[in-house]
Design a protein around this ligand. Structure first.
Ligand code: 5AD
Ligand code: SF4
Length: 341
């Protein structure tokens, strides 16, 4: 099994460090690599949750189709564009459109949104989509309309756990879709949940390995937070340390990747985002979805900042970033590998 790849960390070495170093030392090494490649900057991405409808039944997620208590909404085009304009005026230059797998968000509708956002932002902003599994043709249409980035986590690298927790789909199918996205010249983001019930350290190491093999441009790693209206609702929350370790490992393996300090990390622990920003993460994704909707986009309970507009959160994020010894950077912030191409 090869342990080296150009532009990536040494697999065997990072694995060894993860097993032998105290977490603080492991994180310090990840922080050094992060600063070497990305400086002290933290990129902001404006997250817009466009639909809380979903046809899927993921066991961990509050938006799963069988959850009849979930409140469902779908943003209209005018609200979406207003949200983008307000974010643009506040200095945001990347917008992430995220939603459940909602068939009503048809290929043409979303392609129209992409074009309208480009127009509303003078083509100065990057558009990232996070709309789940789609056909290759749909991914192509959206790329041609002008979306540059796509996020889709593989959630767990354990194929059995994947099939149990995401009924009706397979890990292989998801990885094939991620390959399509790369072929279509998207900046490809993926990532995984940490601390799903029955997941173990071997599974987490396999997730690191998968990130390393694929060479994602972006990797989002968040702790699993049980939602009471799901089959996993009464299970335990994982310790933050598991998430810190995975973020540090993937940073050491993929020095160039963009890695967010996730909202889930901030929900699990009041200093969760700061903790991962100090150990490898270099992106924050303020949720700029209008307040009544963002409350209803309940993947997990207790999501931080749901009572404030995401733009009101910016000064608070600035402080959090400084606490971690970093500074917010405005701008498109493309993945470095892409800039070099
Ligand atoms: N806890 C934490 N993260 C979750 N997600 C879904 N449900 C939960 C949960 N209960 C994450 C998944 C998905 C992303 C949009 O939200 O990883 O990819
Ligand atoms: Fe739907 Fe995504 Fe939640 Fe799964 S994780 S139920 S695909 S919104």
């Amino acid at each position: 099994m090869s342990t080296t790849k150009p532009g990536r960390g040494n697999w065997a070495e990072v694995l060894e460090w993860s097993r032998t170093l105290p977490l603080s030392e492991f994180k310090a090494r990840a922080d050094a690599v992060c600063r070497q490649h990305h400086g002290a900057g933290v990129w902001l991405r404006g997250l817009i949750e466009v639909s809380s409808y979903c046809t899927e039944s993921c066991w961990y997620c509050g938006l799963r189709a069988p959850n009849s208590q979930a409140r469902r909404y779908r943003m209209d085009t005018a609200t979406l564009l207003e949200t983008v304009r307000a974010g643009y005026a506040a200095g945001l230059r990347t917008f992430v459109l995220q939603g459940g797998e909602d068939p009503a968000l048809g290929p043409e509708l979303v392609a129209g949104w992409i074009e309208a956002i480009r127009h509303a932002t003078n083509d100065e902003a990057a558009i990232t989509l996070s709309l789940g599994l789609q056909s290759r043709q749909t991914y192509r249409l959206w790329r041609e309309a002008g979306a540059q980035r796509y996020l889709m986590r593989f959630e767990t690298a354990n194929p059995q756990l994947f099939e149990r927790y995401r009924p009706g789909t397979t890990l292989a199918e998801r990885l094939r879709a991620l390959e399509w996205l790369r072929e279509l010249d998207y900046e490809v983001g993926s990532g995984f949940l940490v601390g799903l019930p029955e997941e173990n350290q071997t599974d987490r190491e396999a997730a690191w390995r998968l990130c390393w093999e694929f060479g994602f441009d972006m990797v989002g790693i968040g702790p699993f937070i049980p939602h009471p209206a799901t089959p996993l609702g009464t299970t335990e929350r994982p310790p933050l340390e598991l998430c810190e370790q995975s973020v540090a490992a993937v940073r050491l393996l993929l020095p160039l990747a963009h890695m967010p300090a996730t909202t889930a990390a901030g929900t699990l622990h009041p200093k969760g985002r700061e903790a991962v920003l100090a150990g490898g993460a270099n992106v924050l994704m303020p949720d700029i979805t209008p307040i009544p909707m963002k409350k209803d986009y309940e993947l997990y309970p207790g999501k931080v900042c749901v009572d404030e507009s995401g733009l009101a959160c910016l000064p608070c994020l600035d402080l959090r970033v400084r606490t971690a010894g970093k500074v917010i950077r405005h701008g498109v912030g493309s993945a470095p590998r892409r800039v070099a191409r």
